[in-house]
Write a protein that binds this ligand. Sequence first.
Ligand code: AMP
Ligand code: MG
Length: 328
Amino acid sequence: MKTIVTDSPEEAASFILSGETAAFPTETVYGLGADAFNAAAVRKIFEAKGRPVDNPLIAHIADVGEMGRVADFSPKTAQHLAERFFPGPLTLVLPKRRDVPPVVTAGLDTIAVRAPENEAARTFLRACACPVAAPSANRSGRPSSTTWQAVLEDLDGRIPCVLRGEPSIVGLESTVIDCTTDIPRVLRSGGVSLEALREVVPDMQGPQDHPGGVPRSPGLRHRHYAPAARVVLVDKAPSIPPHKKAGYIGMESPGEGTGTAPGRHWRLVEQVATPQAYAHHLFDFMRRCDAAGVEIIYCQTVEPTGIGTAIMDRLQRAAKGSTGRRRS
Ligand code: AMP
Ligand code: MG
Protein backbone atom coordinates (compact mmCIF):
# COMPACT_ATOMS: atom_id res chain seq x y z
CA MET A 1 0.00 0.00 0.00
CA LYS A 2 1.26 3.46 -0.85
CA THR A 3 0.95 6.02 1.96
CA ILE A 4 0.25 9.55 0.80
CA VAL A 5 1.15 12.57 2.94
CA THR A 6 -1.25 15.49 2.50
CA ASP A 7 -1.64 19.00 3.90
CA SER A 8 -5.35 19.01 3.05
CA PRO A 9 -7.80 18.01 5.83
CA GLU A 10 -10.45 17.53 3.13
CA GLU A 11 -8.28 15.07 1.21
CA ALA A 12 -7.53 13.12 4.40
CA ALA A 13 -11.27 13.11 5.18
CA SER A 14 -12.01 11.64 1.75
CA PHE A 15 -10.21 8.45 2.85
CA ILE A 16 -12.44 8.21 5.94
CA LEU A 17 -15.54 8.77 3.80
CA SER A 18 -14.52 5.92 1.48
CA GLY A 19 -14.08 3.42 4.35
CA GLU A 20 -10.31 3.76 4.72
CA THR A 21 -8.07 4.91 7.56
CA ALA A 22 -6.15 8.20 7.81
CA ALA A 23 -3.70 9.51 10.41
CA PHE A 24 -4.26 13.06 11.67
CA PRO A 25 -2.63 15.51 14.11
CA THR A 26 -4.16 16.40 17.45
CA GLU A 27 -2.82 18.40 20.41
CA THR A 28 -2.14 15.21 22.42
CA VAL A 29 -0.59 12.78 19.88
CA TYR A 30 -1.31 11.86 16.25
CA GLY A 31 -4.37 9.60 15.82
CA LEU A 32 -5.15 6.85 13.30
CA GLY A 33 -8.81 7.26 12.42
CA ALA A 34 -11.70 5.51 10.70
CA ASP A 35 -15.47 6.14 10.48
CA ALA A 36 -16.76 4.97 13.89
CA PHE A 37 -19.93 3.61 12.28
CA ASN A 38 -18.04 1.48 9.73
CA ALA A 39 -16.89 -1.74 11.45
CA ALA A 40 -14.79 -2.92 8.48
CA ALA A 41 -12.94 0.41 8.38
CA VAL A 42 -12.32 0.34 12.15
CA ARG A 43 -10.87 -3.19 11.87
CA LYS A 44 -8.21 -1.78 9.52
CA ILE A 45 -6.92 0.37 12.42
CA PHE A 46 -6.30 -2.71 14.57
CA GLU A 47 -4.57 -4.47 11.62
CA ALA A 48 -2.32 -1.53 10.74
CA LYS A 49 -1.21 -1.01 14.34
CA GLY A 50 -1.09 -4.65 15.42
CA ARG A 51 -3.35 -3.52 18.25
CA PRO A 52 -4.91 -6.14 20.56
CA VAL A 53 -8.63 -6.27 19.75
CA ASP A 54 -9.57 -6.03 23.44
CA ASN A 55 -8.23 -2.45 23.58
CA PRO A 56 -11.07 0.00 22.80
CA LEU A 57 -10.71 3.18 20.72
CA ILE A 58 -11.66 6.80 21.39
CA ALA A 59 -14.43 8.36 19.27
CA HIS A 60 -13.33 11.83 18.12
CA ILE A 61 -15.94 14.51 17.43
CA ALA A 62 -15.63 18.03 16.02
CA ASP A 63 -18.11 19.59 18.44
CA VAL A 64 -19.69 18.67 21.74
CA GLY A 65 -23.10 18.74 19.99
CA GLU A 66 -22.19 15.45 18.28
CA MET A 67 -21.77 13.62 21.59
CA GLY A 68 -25.29 12.18 21.36
CA ARG A 69 -24.47 10.36 18.12
CA VAL A 70 -22.24 7.87 19.95
CA ALA A 71 -22.98 8.19 23.69
CA ASP A 72 -25.63 8.84 26.30
CA PHE A 73 -24.60 12.33 27.38
CA SER A 74 -27.07 12.63 30.25
CA PRO A 75 -24.67 12.35 33.26
CA LYS A 76 -24.46 15.89 34.67
CA THR A 77 -20.81 15.62 35.67
CA ALA A 78 -19.92 14.69 32.07
CA GLN A 79 -21.74 17.78 30.82
CA HIS A 80 -19.91 20.01 33.31
CA LEU A 81 -16.54 18.52 32.37
CA ALA A 82 -17.25 18.91 28.65
CA GLU A 83 -18.34 22.51 29.18
CA ARG A 84 -15.05 23.33 30.87
CA PHE A 85 -12.54 21.16 28.96
CA PHE A 86 -13.93 20.52 25.46
CA PRO A 87 -12.36 20.97 23.02
CA GLY A 88 -9.15 19.75 24.69
CA PRO A 89 -7.05 16.82 25.91
CA LEU A 90 -9.86 15.15 27.88
CA THR A 91 -11.73 11.90 27.08
CA LEU A 92 -15.05 11.02 28.72
CA VAL A 93 -16.23 7.41 29.08
CA LEU A 94 -20.05 7.24 28.83
CA PRO A 95 -22.76 4.67 28.11
CA LYS A 96 -22.49 3.69 24.42
CA ARG A 97 -25.26 4.06 21.88
CA ARG A 98 -26.31 0.72 20.44
CA ASP A 99 -25.67 1.63 16.81
CA VAL A 100 -21.92 2.09 17.36
CA PRO A 101 -20.35 -1.22 16.23
CA PRO A 102 -18.81 -3.30 19.06
CA VAL A 103 -15.35 -3.35 17.44
CA VAL A 104 -14.90 0.35 18.41
CA THR A 105 -15.32 -0.34 22.12
CA ALA A 106 -13.89 -3.87 22.22
CA GLY A 107 -17.34 -5.14 23.10
CA LEU A 108 -17.83 -2.80 26.09
CA ASP A 109 -21.18 -1.08 26.59
CA THR A 110 -19.36 2.17 27.31
CA ILE A 111 -17.59 4.43 24.81
CA ALA A 112 -14.73 6.91 25.19
CA VAL A 113 -15.34 10.28 23.47
CA ARG A 114 -13.12 13.31 22.92
CA ALA A 115 -13.29 16.62 21.05
CA PRO A 116 -9.73 17.66 20.12
CA GLU A 117 -8.71 21.31 20.14
CA ASN A 118 -6.14 21.22 17.33
CA GLU A 119 -7.45 23.27 14.38
CA ALA A 120 -6.34 20.81 11.68
CA ALA A 121 -8.02 17.99 13.61
CA ARG A 122 -11.27 19.97 13.86
CA THR A 123 -11.30 20.85 10.16
CA PHE A 124 -10.60 17.20 9.34
CA LEU A 125 -13.37 15.94 11.66
CA ARG A 126 -15.89 18.42 10.24
CA ALA A 127 -15.06 17.26 6.72
CA CYS A 128 -15.51 13.62 7.80
CA ALA A 129 -19.01 14.49 9.07
CA CYS A 130 -18.94 11.36 11.25
CA PRO A 131 -17.42 10.48 14.62
CA VAL A 132 -13.91 9.17 13.95
CA ALA A 133 -12.68 6.22 16.04
CA ALA A 134 -8.96 6.63 16.65
CA PRO A 135 -6.19 5.36 18.89
CA SER A 136 -2.68 6.79 18.73
CA ALA A 137 -1.00 6.45 15.30
CA ASN A 138 1.90 4.16 16.22
CA ARG A 139 2.68 0.45 16.02
CA SER A 140 1.17 -1.11 19.13
CA GLY A 141 3.50 -0.96 22.14
CA ARG A 142 5.75 1.78 20.72
CA PRO A 143 5.89 5.37 21.98
CA SER A 144 2.95 7.34 20.56
CA SER A 145 3.62 9.47 17.47
CA THR A 146 3.80 13.21 18.10
CA THR A 147 4.94 14.17 14.57
CA TRP A 148 3.84 13.14 11.08
CA GLN A 149 7.33 11.76 10.51
CA ALA A 150 6.91 9.42 13.49
CA VAL A 151 3.62 8.20 12.00
CA LEU A 152 5.45 7.31 8.78
CA GLU A 153 8.27 5.65 10.72
CA ASP A 154 5.77 3.17 12.16
CA LEU A 155 3.00 2.95 9.56
CA ASP A 156 4.39 3.83 6.11
CA GLY A 157 2.95 1.30 3.66
CA ARG A 158 0.38 0.09 6.22
CA ILE A 159 -2.07 3.03 6.01
CA PRO A 160 -3.24 5.01 2.95
CA CYS A 161 -2.95 8.60 4.24
CA VAL A 162 -1.27 10.90 6.76
CA LEU A 163 -2.54 14.46 7.30
CA ARG A 164 0.62 16.50 7.88
CA GLY A 165 0.39 18.97 10.76
CA GLU A 166 2.43 20.54 13.54
CA PRO A 167 4.13 18.45 16.22
CA SER A 168 1.55 17.70 18.94
CA ILE A 169 1.69 20.52 21.50
CA VAL A 170 0.87 18.48 24.61
CA GLY A 171 2.85 15.40 23.53
CA LEU A 172 1.08 12.92 25.85
CA GLU A 173 -2.35 11.31 25.45
CA SER A 174 -5.62 12.64 26.82
CA THR A 175 -6.82 12.18 30.39
CA VAL A 176 -9.51 9.45 30.36
CA ILE A 177 -12.38 9.81 32.86
CA ASP A 178 -15.03 7.24 33.67
CA CYS A 179 -18.32 9.16 33.93
CA THR A 180 -20.51 6.05 34.31
CA THR A 181 -20.13 5.84 38.11
CA ASP A 182 -21.64 8.19 40.72
CA ILE A 183 -18.23 9.59 41.48
CA PRO A 184 -16.24 10.01 38.26
CA ARG A 185 -12.71 8.66 38.26
CA VAL A 186 -9.54 9.13 36.26
CA LEU A 187 -8.71 5.93 34.36
CA ARG A 188 -5.63 7.33 32.65
CA SER A 189 -3.63 10.47 33.53
CA GLY A 190 -3.04 12.82 30.62
CA GLY A 191 -3.19 16.33 29.24
CA VAL A 192 -5.70 17.68 31.80
CA SER A 193 -4.42 17.49 35.39
CA LEU A 194 -6.32 16.03 38.34
CA GLU A 195 -6.03 19.42 40.07
CA ALA A 196 -7.82 21.14 37.16
CA LEU A 197 -10.50 18.43 37.04
CA ARG A 198 -11.20 18.82 40.76
CA GLU A 199 -11.98 22.50 40.22
CA VAL A 200 -15.07 21.26 38.34
CA VAL A 201 -15.69 17.96 40.15
CA PRO A 202 -14.18 18.28 43.65
CA ASP A 203 -14.63 14.59 44.56
CA MET A 204 -13.08 13.27 41.33
CA GLN A 205 -11.08 10.12 42.09
CA GLY A 206 -7.47 10.03 40.99
CA PRO A 207 -5.93 7.02 39.23
CA GLN A 208 -4.59 5.70 42.56
CA ASP A 209 -7.83 6.22 44.51
CA HIS A 210 -9.94 3.44 43.04
CA PRO A 211 -11.01 1.03 45.73
CA GLY A 212 -9.62 -2.50 45.17
CA GLY A 213 -10.86 -4.40 42.16
CA VAL A 214 -12.32 -1.51 40.19
CA PRO A 215 -12.01 -2.35 36.50
CA ARG A 216 -9.58 -0.01 34.82
CA SER A 217 -9.08 1.20 31.30
CA PRO A 218 -8.44 -1.94 29.23
CA GLY A 219 -5.53 -0.33 27.41
CA LEU A 220 -3.58 -0.04 30.66
CA ARG A 221 -3.07 -3.81 30.70
CA HIS A 222 -0.92 -3.79 27.61
CA ARG A 223 2.77 -3.12 27.08
CA HIS A 224 3.01 0.53 26.17
CA TYR A 225 5.20 3.47 25.30
CA ALA A 226 8.35 1.36 25.08
CA PRO A 227 11.28 2.27 22.85
CA ALA A 228 13.77 -0.42 21.78
CA ALA A 229 16.30 0.99 24.26
CA ARG A 230 16.08 0.16 27.97
CA VAL A 231 14.39 2.91 29.98
CA VAL A 232 15.86 3.65 33.41
CA LEU A 233 14.33 6.20 35.79
CA VAL A 234 16.66 8.33 37.91
CA ASP A 235 15.92 10.92 40.60
CA LYS A 236 19.13 12.90 40.36
CA ALA A 237 20.57 13.54 36.93
CA PRO A 238 24.21 14.31 37.87
CA SER A 239 24.55 10.94 39.61
CA ILE A 240 24.22 9.09 36.30
CA PRO A 241 27.41 7.46 35.07
CA PRO A 242 28.06 8.88 31.58
CA HIS A 243 27.69 6.27 28.90
CA LYS A 244 28.41 6.73 25.21
CA LYS A 245 25.43 4.70 24.10
CA ALA A 246 23.03 6.36 26.53
CA GLY A 247 20.47 9.11 26.19
CA TYR A 248 19.24 11.45 28.90
CA ILE A 249 16.05 13.49 29.25
CA GLY A 250 15.29 15.56 32.31
CA MET A 251 15.03 18.99 33.87
CA GLU A 252 18.49 19.06 35.44
CA SER A 253 21.72 19.20 33.47
CA PRO A 254 23.08 15.68 32.98
CA GLY A 255 26.50 16.72 34.19
CA GLU A 256 29.95 17.58 32.99
CA GLY A 257 30.89 17.60 29.34
CA THR A 258 27.40 17.68 27.95
CA GLY A 259 25.34 20.83 28.30
CA THR A 260 22.17 20.54 26.32
CA ALA A 261 23.90 19.28 23.17
CA PRO A 262 25.02 15.69 22.73
CA GLY A 263 28.42 15.61 24.35
CA ARG A 264 31.39 13.32 24.66
CA HIS A 265 29.65 11.16 27.19
CA TRP A 266 26.15 10.97 25.89
CA ARG A 267 24.70 10.01 22.53
CA LEU A 268 21.64 12.24 22.94
CA VAL A 269 20.53 14.77 25.55
CA GLU A 270 17.24 16.63 25.95
CA GLN A 271 17.33 19.03 28.87
CA VAL A 272 13.86 20.51 29.34
CA ALA A 273 12.96 23.71 31.19
CA THR A 274 9.45 22.81 32.34
CA PRO A 275 7.27 19.73 32.91
CA GLN A 276 5.20 20.90 29.88
CA ALA A 277 8.33 20.80 27.70
CA TYR A 278 9.18 17.37 29.15
CA ALA A 279 5.76 16.03 28.08
CA HIS A 280 6.06 17.68 24.67
CA HIS A 281 9.48 16.11 23.92
CA LEU A 282 9.32 12.73 25.70
CA PHE A 283 7.97 10.39 23.00
CA ASP A 284 9.91 12.12 20.23
CA PHE A 285 13.11 11.83 22.28
CA MET A 286 12.55 8.10 22.79
CA ARG A 287 12.14 7.66 19.04
CA ARG A 288 15.27 9.73 18.30
CA CYS A 289 17.20 7.55 20.77
CA ASP A 290 16.08 4.41 18.93
CA ALA A 291 17.08 5.90 15.58
CA ALA A 292 20.53 6.82 16.99
CA GLY A 293 21.18 3.31 18.35
CA VAL A 294 20.98 4.34 22.02
CA GLU A 295 20.94 1.34 24.37
CA ILE A 296 19.81 2.97 27.63
CA ILE A 297 17.63 6.05 28.09
CA TYR A 298 17.94 7.69 31.49
CA CYS A 299 14.78 9.64 32.31
CA GLN A 300 14.75 11.97 35.27
CA THR A 301 11.66 11.67 37.42
CA VAL A 302 9.41 14.71 38.02
CA GLU A 303 7.04 15.80 40.78
CA PRO A 304 3.78 13.88 40.30
CA THR A 305 1.55 16.96 40.16
CA GLY A 306 -0.07 18.71 37.19
CA ILE A 307 1.19 17.25 33.90
CA GLY A 308 3.90 15.55 36.00
CA THR A 309 1.39 12.83 36.97
CA ALA A 310 0.99 11.84 33.32
CA ILE A 311 4.74 12.06 32.67
CA MET A 312 5.46 9.71 35.59
CA ASP A 313 2.74 7.32 34.41
CA ARG A 314 4.29 7.07 30.93
CA LEU A 315 7.85 6.82 32.28
CA GLN A 316 6.93 4.03 34.68
CA ARG A 317 5.14 2.08 32.00
CA ALA A 318 7.91 2.64 29.45
CA ALA A 319 10.45 1.37 32.02
CA LYS A 320 8.30 -1.67 32.79
CA GLY A 321 7.68 -2.48 29.14
CA SER A 322 11.22 -1.87 27.97
CA THR A 323 13.09 -5.03 27.13
CA GLY A 324 16.43 -3.44 26.38
CA ARG A 325 16.46 -5.17 23.01
CA ARG A 326 19.43 -2.98 22.17
CA ARG A 327 21.39 -3.90 25.28
CA SER A 328 24.70 -5.58 24.40
P1 AMP B 1 -4.98 5.29 22.76
O1 AMP B 1 -5.78 6.27 21.97
O2 AMP B 1 -4.08 4.44 21.92
O3 AMP B 1 -4.27 5.97 23.88
O4 AMP B 1 -6.01 4.28 23.41
C1 AMP B 1 -7.25 4.68 23.95
C2 AMP B 1 -7.30 4.56 25.44
O5 AMP B 1 -8.65 4.82 25.88
C3 AMP B 1 -6.92 3.17 25.93
O6 AMP B 1 -6.14 3.26 27.12
C4 AMP B 1 -8.27 2.56 26.23
O7 AMP B 1 -8.20 1.54 27.21
C5 AMP B 1 -9.10 3.75 26.70
N1 AMP B 1 -10.53 3.52 26.47
C6 AMP B 1 -11.18 3.56 25.28
N2 AMP B 1 -12.49 3.22 25.44
C7 AMP B 1 -12.67 2.96 26.76
C8 AMP B 1 -13.80 2.57 27.53
N3 AMP B 1 -15.00 2.36 26.98
N4 AMP B 1 -13.62 2.39 28.87
C9 AMP B 1 -12.41 2.61 29.42
N5 AMP B 1 -11.31 2.98 28.74
C10 AMP B 1 -11.42 3.15 27.42
MG1 MG C 1 -1.89 4.31 22.18
